[in-house]
Design a protein around this ligand. Structure first.
Ligand SMILES: Nc1nc2c(ncn2[C@@H]2O[C@H](COP(=O)(O)OP(=O)(O)OP(=O)(O)O)[C@@H](O)[C@H]2O)c(=O)[nH]1
Length: 619
């Protein structure tokens, strides 16, 4: 390996692999690491780069986001030409599209990988469009050609039609057997352009990822566009003007290799003393303090939370532990926002903002797994912009904070969704989308059997169970991808759930007018089944403002836990009474009504098909 900083930009090829989930990205990356001898045969194991991920979680080393691999063209034109390949990893999910586009901007080309037994899927398209927006050169590749079910001829046609090339231009590989992979690397050198940049200009490097390592602080991944950053430099973040001492700079191949500098087109890492990833943000431009660049690269915008949810510890005494855990996670996740909130039903917790549902799930799972917390989340909701008569405007991230004044208009965020499905299921997909207030924007036949449908949908309608519904209505054949597409004015109302006249904050929801009744009835009847009878009659009502739209009643009676316990052993009776006492400790008072917290948790749980949309803890 040559010294970093000394690489001729003409020999560099920066590329990423883009693919639909499970089309074989990690396996192909493994083969490339092996063929280029960056990882030798003894160390090689499946999903090498994923292994690093686990290591990073334990703080031993960091995840390899960009690997530098030397390669010499083996066959055909330009045999013997040496190159330095940087393979840049991209997060694959729509929640992180913002990060994906930053990583794409660090490359000149992309390997578009398609499973030869499945063909093009929704994320293939979404990633391809992103790559095209970033002006990347695309190399189409069919993977898994070793599979008996592979139909490379058929899908080469599809792929060629999509990107406007000839079917023969689609390469054929098997990440599993290694077939065709050396040829693919040769083509990366031949087809992709070398990076261009001004070596003499003030340094500008783009941050495409940053991760927190407990021993080393924040490790920032950069791609140098112009100039050179040397190990002795003091660097400056252009969005904030913050200046940091460089502690280390280098490349990753596949471990961190310290070096003297990074020059034009090079991809590597840098370490400063900062302890918080938000000081080293994805998308920001790094320059040198002594000779700063005038203009930052590209546009810089903050990742904006799209989905909010309340996170509460099941055991109230875990609240300080939850706060500490969120503080720690924030070091590694610039997009996570949270602030304390309290709920009559659930006690003390945090209102958290996420990039999307997957992000929410990942955070909740990490809190539970890494910090040993038992959590309940309230139904996720999107962010509404509410205009009050008289001109005032408020942003609502929590339905219970919906303004009470006269509302002039309410705006909700929308997404542009792309759904790919076999012909036979077009009707089912359309029915689902229409039921979710979708507007059909276009429809294309990718081949004689597969259709691409484009819809504009309210984000709120797809954050519940849209994906599950789509899968079940199409027997798992449809795939979905979506991206934010602005907002629309909608006829929305806030529905409150009242228990004996008092609102239960955790169940307030902002829903479309046509769905308000349904929501009210579902939650009221769920609670009616879950809340034990009291000494007095308790009405459960759903209300829009002061108008009641649904009602259920819990009849008065003292709950006699011994009712079903005829005769028998006294110790059994005692056990039941003890259990009742234990349960009482976890009772929450809503006005005069005593409710076991489990009832709220069960009502928030969606696994039984309810509409509240919360997530119960995993036991
Ligand atoms: N037969 C065959 N199977 C393959 C090939 N490449 C990958 N697979 C299998 O396909 C599955 C998915 O492969 P991954 O490499 O994990 O796919 P990925 O795109 O990285 O998946 P995610 O990381 O989940 O997005 C695994 O079970 C692999 O063993 C191939 O060339 N041939």
């Amino acid at each position: 390996m040559r010294d970093p900083g000394a690489t001729d930009p003409g020999a560099i090829r920066n590329f990423c692999i883009i693919a639909h989930i499970d089309h074989g990205k990690s396996t192909l990356a493994d083969r490339m690491l092996q063929l280029t001898e960056v990882v030798d045969a003894r160390q090689m194991r499946a999903q090498y780069l994923d292994r690093m991920d686990i290591e990073r979680e334990r703080g031993i080393t960091i995840k390899s986001q960009a690997v530098r691999m030397p390669w010499t063209v083996r066959e055909g034109e330009r045999t013997g030409e040496s190159a330095v390949l940087n393979m840049i990893d991209t997060p694959g999910h729509v929640d992180f599209t913002y990060e994906v586009s930053r990583s794409l901007a660090a490359c000149e080309g992309a390997v578009l990988l398609v499973d030869a037994a499945q063909g093009i899927e929704a994320q293939t398209l979404a990633n391809l469009y992103l790559a095209m927006e970033n002006d990347l050169q695309i190399i189409p590749v069919l993977n898994k050609i070793d599979l008996p079910a592979a139909q490379p001829e058929k899908y080469a046609e599809e792929l060629a039609h999509l990107i406007g090339c000839e079917p023969e231009d689609c390469l054929r590989v098997s990440g599993k057997t290694g077939m065709g992979v050396a040829h693919l690397l040769d083509e990366v050198v031949r087809q992709l352009p070398a990076p261009k940049g001004e070596a003499e200009a003030p340094a500008r490097a783009m941050i495409f990822d940053s991760v927190y390592d407990i021993y080393r602080g924040v490790v920032t991944y950069i791609r140098v566009i112009d100039g050179k950053i040397e190990a002795r430099d003091r660097i400056k973040m252009m969005s904030t003007g913050a200046v940091h001492e460089l502690l280390e700079i280098g490349v990753i191949s596949p471990e961190m290799l310290k070096g003297p500098a990074l020059g034009v087109g090079e991809v590597g890492y840098l370490i400063t003393g900062v302890k918080d990833v938000r000081q080293s943000r994805v998308g920001d431009t790094v320059t040198i303090n002594a000779r700063p660049a005038k203009e930052a690269l590209g546009g810089y915008k903050d990742p904006r939370p799209m989905v909010y949810s309340g996170l509460y510890p099941i055991d109230g005494s875990d609240y300080p532990a939850l706060r500490e855990a969120l503080d720690k996670l924030k070091l590694n996740d610039a997009a996570l926002v949270y602030e304390p909130e309290s709920s009559a039903a659930l006690g003390f917790g945090f209102r958290c903002g996420f990039l999307g549902l997957l992000h929410l799930e990942i955070i909740q799972e990490r809190l539970e797994r890494e910090f040993g917390l038992d959590l309940i989340s309230t139904a996720p909701n999107v962010v509404y912009r509410v205009q009050i008569e008289g001109g005032e405007e408020v942003t609502v991230t929590n339905p219970s904070e919906f303004p009470t004044g006269k509302i002039a208009s309410i705006f909700e965020p929308t997404v542009r969704a792309t759904i790919l499905a076999p012909n036979d299921y077009v009707g089912a997909v359309m029915e689902l989308c229409q039921g979710r207030r979708g507007q059909l924007k276009g429809m294309d036949y990718l081949s004689s059997e597969r259709v691409e449908l484009r819809y504009t949908l309210p984000l709120a309608e797809i954050i519940y169970d849209f994906f599950d519904q789509l899968k079940s209505r199409t027997k798992g054949y449809a795939s979905l991808d979506y991206e934010p597409s602005g907002e629309q004015e909608s006829d929305l109302v806030k529905v409150d759930i009242l228990l004996h006249g008092d609102p239960v904050d955790a169940f307030s929801a902002i829903v479309h007018k046509d769905k308000a009744y349904n929501y009210g009835v579902t939650i009221a009847s769920k609670l009616q089944k879950l809340i034990p009878r009291q000494q007095f009659e308790v009405p459960i009502q759903a209300a829009i403002g002061s108008r009641i739209i649904a009602r259920e009643t819990i009849r008065a009676i003292r709950k006699d836990v011994l009712a079903k316990c005829y005769g028998g052993d006294i110790s059994r009776k005692r056990k039941l009474l003890e259990k009742q006492k234990e349960g009482k400790k976890r009772m929450k008072m809503v006005g005069r009504v005593e409710v076991p917290q489990e009832a709220f948790i069960a009502a928030l749980n969606t696994s039984d098909g309810g509409e509240a949309g919360g997530k119960a803890p995993k036991k």
